[in-house]
Structure formats: structure tokens, C-alpha cells
Design a protein around this ligand. Structure first.
Ligand SMILES: C[S@@+](CC[C@H](N)C(=O)[O-])C[C@H]1O[C@@H](n2cnc3c(N)ncnc32)[C@H](O)[C@@H]1O
Length: 190
């Protein structure tokens, strides 16, 4: 997809549902590098939530992740269709992330790592709880979820994290993104 096509697709989605997009532009290359930094090429199954135009997905492929091991979740129809074209070997689920479960979506069972591109600041604590429960229920031991947010505060409250048996720590700050963003790693409490 060309730079212009990507921008067009993003703006169209933004105008039709600003709250669900929650950003002014696709993430830049520095954020894509930071959020995928801890994912080795042999990561196993990788779940990506809120893929948008596929910025993080392309970065994972560039790093050598097997496209057949990707499970991509995107609720927007046009973006999902474009993801299927760009990544024909990946499993693309056009579904709301809050509706995910390992029972209704067996593709996500046994994921080793997750990347979250969802606009978490626009979601409620109840949605965060449901999402984290579904993701970590399907995640193998030692797995983690990398997420980004604009600014420096974790978008998921300490109460929700504790209720899910999880903790979050900031693992990166990317000033060269529009807007500047932090990357957090969420993992099970030991
Ligand atoms: C901020 S954009 C990020 C896109 C891409 N990851 C990036 O960084 O450029 C958020 C994406 O999440 C998708 N999204 C928002 N809410 C969602 C939900 N509940 N379930 C699945 N996808 C969702 C939007 O359609 C949009 O593509």
C-alpha cells in the first residue's frame, strides 16, 4: 500500500468513527519499532489488536515474524479487507476486540505475545477488564501484551490490572511520533 493510499484509508475511517480510531495519523516507524522491539522472529503465535492500516504488522514481518503465525483483529470493514490483501497468510478477524474469547475465536489460543493498537483511552474500565481477561486466558505462560498510549500514563487503571492479576510497566517513550507515545508491557503478576 502506498503512503497516500494508507493516509486516505486512515482519514476515511477517522471521519466515519473518530472515537474508534482515536489518533490523528497511523503510528510512525519509531513507534512501530518500539512496540515490536521485544518480539523475536520465533515468537510463536502473535495477536495484534486494532491493526488499522497494518503499520505494526509490516514491522513484525520486516523483523522476520512468520506471517502465518499472525492473528490480526480489526473491527473496521475496509481496514480488515485491506489487511487480508496485504497479509494473505495471516488470520484476520473482523470483530470488536471486546467480543474476543478463546472459545469463539480458537485462532487466538496459545498466543505467545500480543500487541495492542486499540484506542484504550477511549474505552471503559469494564472494556479493559473484558479485553485483558480474554487475551491472557488465551496467552501461554510467560506471555505479555505490548500496548501504546499518548503521553506517559498507563491507560489501564491499577484497579483493573490488579483484578486481572496483571501488572504494567513502561518500557519505552517515543518522542518522534505524532503525538509522542509511551509503550507499556503488561504481564501476569508472579
Ligand atoms: C489508533 S488506531 C491504530 C492503528 C494502528 N495500530 C496504528 O498504530 O497506526 C486504532 C485502530 O483500532 C481499531 N479499533 C478500535 N476499536 C476497536 C475494537 N473495539 N475492536 C477492534 N478494533 C478496534 C480502529 O478501527 C483502528 O484501526
Amino acid at each position: 500500500m502506498s503512503w497516500l493510499q494508507e493516509r486516505r484509508q486512515f482519514v476515511k475511517a477517522l471521519l466515519s468513527n473518530p472515537t474508534a480510531i482515536g489518533a490523528v495519523a497511523p503510528s510512525g516507524p519509531a513507534l512501530a519499532a518500539a512496540i515490536t522491539a521485544s518480539i523475536p522472529p520465533d515468537a510463536g503465535k502473535v495477536l495484534e489488536l486494532g491493526c488499522g492500516t497494518g503499520v505494526f504488522t509490516r514491522e513484525m514481518l520486516r523483523k522476520g515474524v512468520d506471517p502465518a503465525r499472525l492473528v490480526l483483529v480489526e473491527q473496521d470493514e475496509a481496514m480488515s479487507s485491506s489487511l487480508r490483501t496485504q497479509f494473505p497468510q495471516a488470520a484476520v478477524l473482523q470483530v470488536s476486540a471486546q467480543e474476543l474469547s478463546r472459545h469463539s475465536h480458537p485462532e487466538m489460543d496459545g498466543i505467545g505475545v500480543a500487541i495492542c493498537g486499540l484506542p484504550l483511552r477511549n474505552m471503559s474500565g469494564a472494556h479493559h477488564h473484558r479485553l485483558l481477561t480474554a487475551v491472557f486466558d488465551a496467552m501461554s505462560a510467560g506471555g505479555s501484551m505490548q500496548l501504546f498510549t499518548y503521553g506517559v500514563r498507563c491507560p489501564i487503571s491499577a484497579g483493573v490490572l490488579e483484578a486481572c492479576g496483571l501488572s504494567a510497566r513502561r518500557v519505552g517513550f517515543v518522542p518522534l511520533n505524532l503525538p509522542p507515545a509511551s509503550v507499556f508491557s503488561v504481564a501476569r503478576l508472579v
